[in-house]
Design a binder for this molecule. Structure first.
Ligand SMILES: Cc1cc2nc3c(=O)[nH]c(=O)nc-3n(C[C@H](O)[C@H](O)[C@H](O)COP(=O)(O)OP(=O)(O)OC[C@H]3O[C@@H](n4cnc5c(N)ncnc54)[C@H](O)[C@@H]3O)c2cc1C
Length: 384
């Protein structure tokens, strides 16, 4: 397997040697562990969180030994990848597994398509850029979503008309309670809007590899969402081309996201904080009479998906909340942590809850709609 970052073969040999040395020496959990770890740098919301143990998994082959040892110690396990979709507690009495194993392998290829298997510790956005640059298309609409590849099936990541399930072929995962390996095909994952079997059975799975089937037709694109096609067209025209390509779409989406969404490195956040609620068409029709500008998209014959950002914005909550957690002033669906990076009292899960409840109550009172949180709420013992 060759990592996306193209590590040299010398480095790869080194990793193999390390694995062999460790096997001959005997496995020691302490070699991989930081005890009493501060996770503030491991979650994009920059919440203060002290975990009992942080275990960095550089090698997929260490997983069985690590999990068996943690089982012997009787400690709960929590899997943390990029930390961009979690709300962590101040104290986490669990062993946190942080996958960093990398690699990308071609499983099959013909003139029209390619099937890849990617290790869970790879960075998602780097994978998207790498595939598009190679002439392998499909993931371009999912550019700039933070996090790691192993987490991408958990909530079936989606953006600009594409979801992971459209291109994902299979998942390899370790079942933590029974310590057994499993392979899922696309149907087995029970994908839904921001949902999958891995989210339903939260805390039970460690995904190590994700497979994708991508196509090679640069002009087969999904660009019917918002400003994507207009912006992609300006890129094609600037290059004297009359048709947009997947690369134009990716670049357009990167620009749109950069202009609308706060960068977690500057303004800590975890992306969309609420799911877009799905309501009955009758309720949507009644709301449309009262609020003619309400934004909704048909889901099926009887239901409409309402833009949660519109509801929050129109309830007068844009840029508001309970300090230090406020909605973003350009995108009300995103909650931003305004506590200073060097603050002695960093923001915590309690601060998030205060603003979350304020928003949910306001939206319920004004529109009669219950907003559901999107990121994963983790309690003190890693239960969900
Ligand atoms: C600015 C911003 C923009 C975003 N935009 C989008 C968007 O457009 N669309 C979208 O869908 N999401 C979006 N997100 C949410 C987030 O980036 C995705 O959900 C992403 O897939 C989370 O990856 P992660 O590695 O950070 O996961 P984490 O936050 O580390 O984990 C999320 C959940 O998955 C579990 N998990 C993590 N890794 C594994 C694994 N290997 N095996 C099993 N379980 C695992 C964790 O236990 C946790 O329950 C955005 C977030 C931010 C901050």
């Amino acid at each position: 397997m060759c990592p996306i970052s193209q590590i040299s073969s010398a480095q790869q040999d080194n990793t193999t040697n390390l694995s062999a040395q460790r096997a001959s020496k005997g496995f020691a959990l302490n070699d991989l562990t930081t005890v009493a770890a501060d996770l503030i740098e491991y979650n994009t919301m920059r919440l203060s969180c002290q975990a009992d143990r942080l275990i960095t998994l550089n090698l997929e082959s260490d997983i069985e030994l690590v999990v068996a040892e943690l089982d012997r110690l009787g400690t709960p396990i929590f899997v943390l990848s990029g930390g961009s979709n979690v709300i962590l507690p101040e104290l986490l009495h669990a062993s946190v597994l942080h996958p960093t194993y990398k690699g990308i392998e071609i499983l099959a290829e013909d003139s029209d398509s390619i099937t890849l298997e990617v290790m869970g510790g790879e960075n998602w956005h780097e994978l998207v850029v790498h595939t598009v640059n190679q002439g392998w298309y499909g993931l371009e609409n999912l550019a700039l979503i933070p996090g790691l590849v192993g987490a991408s099936p958990v909530q079936n990541i989606g953006a600009y008309g594409v979801q992971l399930e459209d291109y994902m072929t299979h998942v390899k995962a370790f079942h933590l309670p029974t310590q057994t390996w499993h392979e899922f095909d696309n149907d087995d994952c029970q994908f839904n809007y921001r949902d999958s079997i891995f989210k339903q059975q939260a805390g039970q799975w460690l995904i190590t590899r994700v497979g994708f089937k991508l196509h090679k037709d640069a002009h087969k694109v999904t660009a019917n969402y918002g400003d994507v096609s207009t912006l992609a067209m300006t890129k094609a025209e600037a290059d004297s081309r009359s048709k947009i390509t997947a690369k134009d779409v990716m670049q357009a989406i990167i620009e749109i996201r950069q202009s609308k969404l706060p960068d977690p490195k500057q303004l800590p956040n975890c992306g969309s904080f609420f799911k877009n609620p799905i309501i009955a068409n009758g309720q949507f029709a009644a709301l449309s009479t009262e609020y003619p500008n309400i934004v909704g998209y048909p889901v099926d014959d009887t239901h409409t998906k309402v833009a949660a950002g519109w509801l929050i914005d129109n309830a007068g909550l844009k840029g508001k909340g309970i300090a230090p957690i406020l909605t973003h002033d350009k995108q009300a669906l995103v909650l931003v942590n305004h506590s200073a990076a060097d603050s002695n009292t960093p923001a915590s899960q309690h601060d998030i809850l205060a603003t979350q409840q304020l928003i949910q109550q306001t939206i319920q009172d004004q529109f009669g709609i219950a907003l559901e949180r999107e990121p994963v709420w983790v309690n003190n013992e890693a239960h969900y």
